[in-house]
Design a protein around this ligand. Structure first.
Ligand SMILES: Cc1ncc(COP(=O)(O)O)c(C=O)c1O
Length: 362
């Protein structure tokens, strides 16, 4: 049916964000934590929620959450902006610093929502290239900024879907590049990496680091992310975001999760160890190329048809993310690190799938 009312012209060509879900036994396609939040956390959250004044709007400044988070990160609360997942943080940044007549630069292949939200907010997308190993070339990036003068530069580190961790020197090169732009480092997977740009945040620097509770903190369903940035950025974001956008239930959960400290550190260590096990097993498999990852997933490229391999994994009840038709990622698949049992299931299904495909070729 033709729609009686059209959306904005510039949205007509836009495709929605798709990450297909299939009903399979082993789901390793969306980079969530394989562990549910600890029972003790859920109990405390429900207790506080029962006592909360649910007929009142939430604390608009999310002050207790920001105080606790600031304490946890060793950052002043004035440098923190919390929202419904880091996607809402990214959207608020683009609504504030992007928009019609402005540009956002990013380095492909990278997290699809950077360009998607940019387009929704009417921001022109400038796509830079990465090197063959998927790292950003600082000289090429500076040339891109000089040519297009974007107001926002996205750096996803560790990069989704490649896992690439950018060094501090690259972030600094982008910050020092001529022009007037915010450098937004998306660290959704920052806890799994060897270093964080959080330490580079200063009140006189146009640097924003974005993080999420969806991965390590096992809270993807509760939707909480945050930005660490100079107060002059935070003040602008607060003007733009809708009032009372962050539910009381989310604010309580975000504060209580911080009290789980060592349990979460332990989960990160276990996932990193499993990541190294998977990466080593993939690297030892004939015909497979792997890319170094500082996240809770590994990108790999089989010698043959990546999509055919993906289908054979699905047939065995293992779902990974299929990037085989993505520009610059021909035949690549990305596996999220799961529990040891899920990872074993993946490796075993992979061996079977590769044998089957080999027989087809012979
Ligand atoms: C790089 C990156 N940034 C942001 C997000 C969004 O996370 P959230 O659940 O906090 O909105 C994701 C989710 O997968 C991601 O991969």
């Amino acid at each position: 049916m033709t729609s009686p009312v059209s959306p904005r012209d510039d949205l007509l060509a836009l495709d929605g964000y798709h990450s297909p879900q299939l009903d399979v036994a082993v789901r390793l396609n969306t980079n969530e934590s394989p562990f549910a939040p600890p029972d003790e956390f859920v109990e405390r959250w429900l207790d506080e929620l029962r006592a909360a004044p649910l007929h009142r709007y939430p604390d608009r400044a999310a002050q207790s959450l920001r105080d606790a988070l600031g304490h946890h990160l060793d950052q002043p609360a004035a440098r923190l902006f919390c929202a419904n997942g880091s996607n809402e943080v990214l959207q608020t940044l683009l609504l504030t610093y992007g928009g019609p007549g402005r540009r956002a630069a990013m380095f492909e292949p990278t997290y699809a929502l950077h360009s998607h939200i940019a387009r929704i907010t009417g921001t022109e997308v400038i796509a830079g290239e990465r090197r063959a190993d998927f790292s950003i070339d600082p000289a090429a990036a500076r040339a891109l900024l000089a040519e297009y003068a974007p107001t926002i530069v996205f750096v996803c580190s560790p990069n989704n879907p490649t896992g690439t961790v950018e060094p501090a020197t690259t972030i600094e090169a982008l910050l020092d590049a001529p022009g007037s732009h915010l450098v937004v480092v998306d660290e959704a997977y920052g806890e799994f990496a060897s270093w964080s740009a959080l330490d580079l945040v200063r009140d006189d620097r146009p640097l924003v680091v974005v993080r999420t509770y969806s991965k390590v903190w096992s809270m993807a369903a509760l939707r909480l992310g945050f930005a660490v940035a100079p107060p002059w950025v935070i003040e602008e974001l607060e003007k733009v975001v809708l009032p009372y956008h962050l539910a009381t239930a989310t604010q309580i959960a975000g504060r209580l999760a911080l009290e789980l400290g060592s349990e979460m550190d332990d989960r990160v260590a276990r996932l990193v160890a499993e990541r190294e096990r998977i990466a080593a097993a993939l690297a030892a498999t004939e015909g497979i190329t792997t890319f170094a990852s500082g996240a809770n997933f590994v990108l790999f490229r089989p010698a043959g048809d990546g999509h055919a391999l993906w289908q054979r994994l699905v047939d065995q009840g293992v779902l990974v993310r299929d990037f085989s038709r993505w520009p610059r990622l021909d035949d690549c698949l990305r596996v999220t690190i799961g529990t040891p049992a899920e990872n074993d299931a993946f490796l075993s299904a992979l061996g079977t799938a590769l044998d089957e495909l080999q027989e087809v070729v012979l």
